[in-house]
Design a protein around this ligand. Sequence first.
Ligand code: NAD
Ligand code: USQ
Length: 412
Amino acid sequence: MSSQAGSERLTVMVLGADGYIGWPMAMHLSQLGHRVIAVDNLSRRRWDREGGTYSLVPLHTMGQRVRRWGLISGRQIEWRRADLRDFAAVDRLFAEFEPHAVIHFAEQRSAPFSMVDRAHAELTQVNNVVGTLNILFAIRDRVPDCHLIKLGTMGEYGTPNIDIEEGYLDIEHNGRRDRLPFPKVPGSFYHLSKVHDSNNIYFATRAWGVRATDLNQGVVYGVETPETSLHPDLNTRFDFDSLWGTALNRFCVQAAVGQPLTVYGKGGQTRGFLDLRDTMACITLALENPAARGECRVFNQFTEQFSVLELAELVARLRREQGLETTVAHVPNPRVEAEGHYYNAKHQLLLDLGLQPHYLSDTLLNSMIRTVEGLADRVDPVLLEQPSVSWKTGGNEVWDRYSNRERATSAS
Ligand code: NAD
Ligand code: USQ
């Protein structure tokens, strides 16, 4: 068996397939004709239940989703519940399916969640690092030719005062030259877990000849793909609370319920962004153009960059144009991060493979604002209140406030 490009029907395991990106990805690959095995341990739904958070867009169970997908598309997604921390379970999956490729989304992905307290930092790093390690060993022992496509994050790099390259840096030091992994200065225990993963993956490519693509992805936005739009049972999630919601999602919801948009500090924090549909496209490009044996390929996966203040002003302007008065508030920054900095991250390699980006202003106007507006009565305002998890003192207070409140809206 070999890892092949092009129109061949591939066996692809999507890990984290119950998540925001994993579920639309599973449908997208199924629609393209690939055999898709969808794996998740449903931990994200449990963390929501424990912490009192929920998706603004109502979610259906994995059983309901795959059934509906089968009825609508006539294609089958094979659903397996498994925890990646359990090596025996991971090993069984690889032995049973012998995937050509594995797309690994299955991690704890919230920076504030990882900063709540020591236990949340430990949970994040053990879950993420051990899960990835187990996958690497299963590939080595069961399917050495399998292509690992791993979701990393742009936040691995931090905000250095030099241009950010795609994974590697050509440097000259004391008269000698080398090409080395780009220095990483991440800003949370979550982002650090991704750096640890990247180091482990790079080592496995060198030691065992694993083929890997490490995608340093920016912040993803949007909830509509051609497949999620087919039926409400196929929806994907939309987080808006201060633990799981990204700044952009929160700004859309705050505007819809008439609250000021909460820019942390000066708002000069600049990040890369991409549309959910472009995430599908990027990963499909990586799948169809696999890394070579022993190659650890790194792509910076985003299409546009914005500062937090630019995002807030964009949302406020679009809402004012629709007649909704919207204000932007600068609230004390709970995080330890630069609030104004140089940021120029390269993102050429996926464009070279043929990526054709969507743009944020179109998606906001034509999809996100409309979606949020239609669900505004599901918003529990407690989940928008400040302060959020403090990088210095933790977030037990936020956790308690969320989890112990009288629920105005129950998650479905
Ligand atoms: P998500 O939380 O919606 O989905 C992750 C899924 O993984 C969840 O369904 C969860 O139950 C599952 N999971 C977690 N640990 C697991 C384990 N040990 N075993 C099995 N399943 C497990 O997250 P998302 O927003 O879809 O992000 C997917 C990936 O992309 C993550 O690795 C994240 O770090 C990365 N990423 C996301 C964004 C973004 O903006 N959403 C940006 C950059 C990178
Ligand atoms: N921020 C605000 N106001 C808010 C919330 C956040 O100003 O109400 C600021 C934060 O301080 C930060 C910036 O917005 O400077 C981005 O924060 P975020 O919560 O939107 O995103 P982040 O914590 O970086 O994490 C998200 C995803 C994560 C992914 C990452 C990509 O949750 O899974 O890895 O984006 S990246 O930022 O490129 O690392």
